[in-house]
Ligand binder design. Structure first.
Ligand SMILES: NC(=O)c1ccc[n+]([C@@H]2O[C@H](COP(=O)([O-])OP(=O)(O)OC[C@H]3O[C@@H](n4cnc5c(N)ncnc54)[C@H](OP(=O)(O)O)[C@@H]3O)[C@@H](O)[C@H]2O)c1
Length: 236
């Protein structure tokens, strides 16, 4: 089974695509509870398996070390997902293991994807299932690239032949206020090139995310910020 790789981001509208304040290593907007819940649901959603199945699906999130640092300690690793952190100082591939709290540290995105596939293969009917004390074996479903700017850029530049080729961007556009005009907003998502990416319909967003129309349709408001959910798909 092939695992899809999806980037998920919230940014100001094109062409600016601002996503952060580098000095504070934070997002430009206040905590948007409904958007955070959307991120939580979408990145955790997996196909159901029959009751008593010896395995269950799990998704993975891949992020840069600075994004990892920006998550409050009590909220990391992000629950219900395998957390993969990309850092130049991660141990080399041969010695990479899950840390005590369960996250994987890697030196590049492709190494992360390789390790995920190795460690969490989807069992076929012939695969003997080994468990530790009755817990279902974890099988990888989807991989999400969750930022920041450096990691999005690396991910989106990977060629089609790469196992980490990203086919889709789940893009929350922050419409108002105009954060891009603030001086310290200086971290940006890479340009979305119309020759490579096509904006998908709301139905397509619903199909990919498993969300319901009432939760994702139209312009949304939260904490005096207005935003809308969208999707871009790779046309090349
Ligand atoms: N709006 C959104 O949806 C969203 C999402 C995520 C993050 N953000 C924002 O984005 C900002 C953080 O983004 P960022 O671009 O500064 O940092 P980042 O991409 O999260 O992490 C950068 C780190 O990744 C590692 N890295 C980068 N290139 C590498 C390479 N070629 N090989 C190996 N490791 C590499 C390095 O870690 P080491 O230094 O450890 O080597 C580098 O310091 C924050 O403001 C955050 O709030 C926004």
């Amino acid at each position: 089974m092939s695992h899809t790789v999806i980037a998920i981001v919230a940014s100001t509208p094109r062409p600016t695509l601002a996503i952060g304040r580098s000095l504070k290593n934070e997002m430009p907007w206040p905590r948007l509870k409904s958007e955070m819940l959307y991120f939580h649901r979408v990145t955790r959603r997996v196909p159901a398996v029959p009751p008593n199945s010896p395995f269950k699906y799990i998704n993975a999130v891949i992020m840069g070390r600075k994004t990892w640092d920006s998550i409050p300690t009590k909220h990391r690793p992000l629950s219900g997902r395998i957390n993969v952190i990309v850092s130049r100082t991660a141990p080399s591939s041969s010695s990479t293991t899950a840390s005590t709290s369960g996250e994987l540290w890697v030196r590049d995105i492709e190494e992360g994807v390789r390790l995920l596939k190795q460690k969490f293969p989807v069992p076929s009917s012939e695969t003997p299932l080994v468990d530790d004390g009755g817990e279902p074996v974890l099988a990888l479903h989807q991989i999400f690239i969750i930022g920041g700017a450096q990691i999005y850029k690396l991910a989106l530049e990977l060629p089609k032949t790469s196992e980490a080729y990203t086919t889709c961007i789940l893009h929350t556009t922050i419409l108002k206020p105009d954060y891009a005009s603030e001086e310290d907003v200086d971290v940006f998502f890479p340009a979305i090139d119309d020759n490579q990416w096509t904006k998908g319909s709301m139905n397509r967003l619903i199909e990919v995310t498993g969300e319901e129309m009432e939760k994702v349709g139209g312009i949304r408001e939260d904490a005096d910020v207005s935003f809308e959910y969208g999707i871009w798909e790779r046309s090349l």
